[in-house]
Design a protein around this ligand. Structure first.
Ligand SMILES: NC(=O)c1ccc[n+]([C@@H]2O[C@H](COP(=O)([O-])OP(=O)(O)OC[C@H]3O[C@@H](n4cnc5c(N)ncnc54)[C@H](OP(=O)(O)O)[C@@H]3O)[C@@H](O)[C@H]2O)c1
Length: 284
């Protein structure tokens, strides 16, 4: 089936890598990129994520979507994977840094191990793949990098580890957009709000979190995985050639408005006094 938005040969001849492409937003992105003509390689840690997705996407799109294993935290694994892609497909024009993860937790309950795991995956892992693709192909030939982050402009209660790592990726993106501009590499980040994807299944059940999340979005719904995939495809296409170093928010207006995190009022909300200057006179 063709893309609902883009023409069939938009990315013909391009090779795209999607980390975490076996599930959720990554799989939707792999499908969209393949539908518009790119040769797509998906990769993550688990064979039982990658293999069925590669086979399923191949069937849906009608041409081969390739799958490989890669742990983005492990530099040897990343270098091996990137080397295999260049050897097999000859180039990497598009890198989608989608692989990542976190767990919902109040900050004072995050263990040192939990903190390190999230930073190593989301921040260092994204750097590992970006740098490996730069070294293996893009540094000499240019290319496009899109990294998935999250809403980082305000606090993100329950996600201190992840929001710190994602803000790091956004800062890295702005920096590399300048340092690597003369190599023909453009890099951007996409910050999704609440997207109806597999990741949502990891939220603790029974707290009504998903409903609360939905109700604090001005558009009163979750985003779809396709809505993220379409923006990624736009950036990966020639329409994105003059956009670099940006973070594009896809959140139905959530970041402009509410939050699900409840801060209880103290029993005695402090009364306030308005100071009156000696020269001011207010009618009582
Ligand atoms: N859904 C949302 O509302 C939302 C909002 C903001 C940001 N995001 C981010 O968007 C991305 C996709 O999320 P999703 O909702 O589609 O969730 P998801 O299905 O859980 O996707 C995460 C993917 O990352 C891969 N991954 C995790 N650790 C990895 C590692 N060390 N090396 C390689 N791959 C790894 C996983 O595959 P393996 O387990 O096989 O490694 C999985 O395919 C994630 O980075 C997520 O945090 C999602």
């Amino acid at each position: 089936m063709s893309s609902r938005i883009f023409r069939d040969d938009l990315l013909a001849g391009k090779v795209a890598v999607v980390t975490g492409g076996g599930t959720g937003i990554g799989a939707a992105t792999a499908r969209e990129l393949a539908r518009v003509g790119a040769t797509v390689v998906i990769a993550s840690r688990k064979k039982d994520h990658v293999d069925p997705a590669a086979a399923g996407l191949t069937e849906q799109v009608g041409r081969t979507v390739y799958g490989d294993l890669c742990d983005i935290r492990d530099r040897d694994s990343v270098n091996g994977f990137v080397g295999r892609v260049v050897e097999q497909h000859g180039r990497i024009d598009i890198l989608i840094n989608n692989g990542g993860g976190q767990f919902f937790s109040p900050a004072d309950m995050i263990s040192p191990r939990g903190w390190d795991a999230v930073i190593n995956t989301n921040l260092t892992g994204t750097w590992n793949v970006t740098r490996a693709v730069h070294d293996a192909w893009m540094g000499a030939h240019g290319g496009k990098v899109v990294s998935i982050t999250m809403l980082t402009q305000r606090g993100f209660p329950g996600m201190a580890h992840s929001v710190a790592s994602r803000a790091g990726v956004e800062a890295m993106t702005r920096t590399l957009a300048v340092e690597w501009a003369n190599k023909g590499i453009v890099l951007n980040a996409i910050a999704p709000g609440y997207i109806a994807s597999n990741g949502i299944r990891n939220y603790p059940p029974g707290l009504g979190l998903v409903e609360k999340m939905q109700s604090c979005v001005p558009l009163k719904r979750m985003g779809t995985m396709d809505e993220v995939a379409w923006m990624i495809t736009h950036l990966a296409s020639p329409a994105g050639d003059y956009i670099t170093g940006q973070t594009i928010t896809i959140d139905g207006g959530k970041d402009l408005w509410g939050d699900y995190w409840i801060i209880p009022d103290p029993e005695d909300l402090k009364p306030f006094e308005l100071p009156v200057e000696p020269w001011e006179h207010f009618e009582k």
